[in-house]
Design a protein around this ligand. Structure first.
Ligand code: P5A
Ligand code: ZN
Length: 488
């Protein structure tokens, strides 16, 4: 894609996703088509989460003293918080923070709710807007000051193992969601200097954008007992003793929607996975002078029969050339269009066009075309997923020479390197390359053990010690595979 940024801004406008002319920087208006896309993505997310999380809704405002309680957390957010200082003309005694995220809104309440180990685990989520006064360059849906679609989950556990397990469960949930959206992801453990403020550790999902940059599209944090200690979240254990609880939280944002748009779209417009497309099928009647009524009648019949199978379908019966309708169909990302003219009708067939490949398929209207369409939906979903993953995987390169890392990334790639894991060394790598270490891809020791096992295999070649186990920067022993990329 020539100029991704231009393409991206253009498509948001042309496909009527959002209007970013709202007169506050970093805040936009959801337009009807975009709002539907958002709605169907949320529907999938809620279905996933409702299985073992309870949906709640907390207030937008947080009292200053609650926000200030968790020192590291508040430090991480202090430059990004919007404040409510007045009620009408009157200055408030206690300033109110507009949530940048909801830990400090929720956890004082958790302290009231958590009593006994029998209450645990607790798993909540909410979908709300949050506000962050971002100082980096804002971009619609990617880096916004009002996150309109903040999906945050918060869990409380009675022991460390369960909290760690919950991190894995959350990762699996997010994988399912991203798989459904055909968005490829790289999962890594963020380096300590880049973890969520107040967390023990942060696991992150990054996706690869067409411009060669990566975008953090989701994070899962193990909070340990830090917040429980600050907000006094205690439970009575089996022995009748009081213990601080263990917590996790994880979140997604409008970036999920941005990724669907950016990763699948092409020069003609949006390309959407059928599950979340606002319109899944568009029927376009091809009407000449005569035979219009019969064609329309058949289009209506197809519409009702698809609708009765739960397919979202619309007839584009606007009084204009079919060419313009095809153009709009391609722009909108609708997965399938059906063209039906008098000649097709006479032969009891119709032409179906897939948005992802623009392939034309003849369908027999006497046969069960609904199930045929469902099959094509599946194929589209698989095709989008394979294409996107292929693109991502093709763009990850291993390197053992720090001097070349910058150039490789400048050519639009992600680099995987061996790294010792030391903070100083990591920061030096970031400085030298002017890039970010996304994170490490294996738990401490695990990767090493695997390597050791590898080398013990009788028939494998002796691995090159230099490239396999030496840190790319300091040449000490490498414990991790780290990913280096240009990030948003
Ligand atoms: C987890 C949920 C949290 O806020 N508290 C509750 C935790 N984590 S986070 O990493 O800070 O944010 C979660 C995800 O939100 C996205 N994100 C943003 N998206 C758009 N614009 C922003 N300004 C923005 N800031 C964060 C990221 O995808 C992040 O992973
Ligand atoms: Zn090192």
């Amino acid at each position: 894609m020539e100029d991704f940024s231009k393409w991206y801004h253009n498509i948001l406008e042309e496909a009527e996703i959002i209007d970013s002319r709202y007169p506050i920087k970093g805040m936009s208006v959801w337009l009807p088509h975009g709002f539907k896309l958002r709605k169907y993505i949320l529907k999938e997310l809620k279905e996933l989460f409702d299985k073992d999380h309870e949906e709640v809704l907390f207030p937008l405002l947080v009292p200053e003293d609650e926000l200030a309680k968790e020192g590291i957390h508040v430090k991480g957010f202090e430059d990004e918080v919007y404040w409510v200082t007045h009620g009408g003309q009157k200055e408030l005694n206690k300033k109110l923070a507009i949530r940048p995220t909801s830990e400090t809104a929720m956890y004082p309440m958790f302290s009231l709710w958590v009593r006994s180990h029998i209450d645990l685990p607790m798993k909540f989520y909410q979908v709300v807007n949050t506000f962050r006064y971002e100082t980096k360059h804002t971009r619609p849906l990617i880096r916004v000051r009002e996150i309109t679609t903040f999906k945050e989950a918060h869990t409380v556990h009675s022991n460390q193992e369960d909290a760690a397990k919950q991190v894995e469960i959350a990762i699996e949930l997010y994988k399912k969601l991203f798989d459904m959206l055909a968005i490829p992801y790289l999962i890594s453990k963020r380096p300590v200097w880049d973890k969520f403020p107040g967390a023990d550790y942060t696991m992150a999902f990054d996706t690869f954008f067409p411009d060669g940059k990566t975008l953090q599209i989701g994070t899962v944090h193990n909070l340990g007992q830090t917040f429980a200690k600050t907000f006094d979240i205690k439970f009575e254990n089996n022995e009748g003793n009081h213990e601080y609880a263990y917590q996790t939280c994880y979140g997604l944002s409008d970036r999920v929607i941005a990724s669907v748009i950016a990763i699948h779209g092409d020069e003609k417009g949006l390309v959407l996975p059928p599950a979340i497309a606002p319109d899944q099928v568009t029927i376009i009647p091809i009407i000449f002078k005569d035979g219009g009524e019969e064609v329309m009648a058949k289009c209506n019949e197809i519409e009702s029969s698809l609708q009765s199978s739960g397919i979202r379908v619309k007839i584009d019966d606007r009084d204009m050339r079919p060419g313009k309708k095809f153009y709009d169909f391609e722009l909108s990302g609708c997965p399938i269009r059906i063209e039906l003219g008098p000649r097709d009708l006479a032969e009891n067939k119709a032409i179906l066009v897939r948005r992802d490949t623009l392939e034309k398929i003849e369908i027999n209207l006497e046969e069960n075309y609904t199930s045929k369409i469902q099959e094509i939906f599946e194929e589209i979903a698989i095709n989008l997923k394979n294409k996107a993953w292929k693109h991502t995987e093709e763009n990850i390169t291993h390197s053992s020479n720090l001097d070349e890392v910058k150039d490789i990334v400048a050519n639009g790639k992600i680099v995987s390197v061996d790294w010792c894991g030391d903070e100083d060394c990591g920061k030096e790598i970031e400085e030298i390359t002017e890039l970010d270490i996304l994170g490490t891809q294996a738990e401490e020791g695990k990767e090493k053990k695997e390597k050791e096992l590898d080398t013990k295999e009788p028939n494998t070649e002796e691995p090159d010690a230099e490239t396999r186990t030496t840190c790319i920067n300091c040449k000490k022993e490498a414990k991790y595979k780290a990913l280096i990329a240009k990030t948003y």
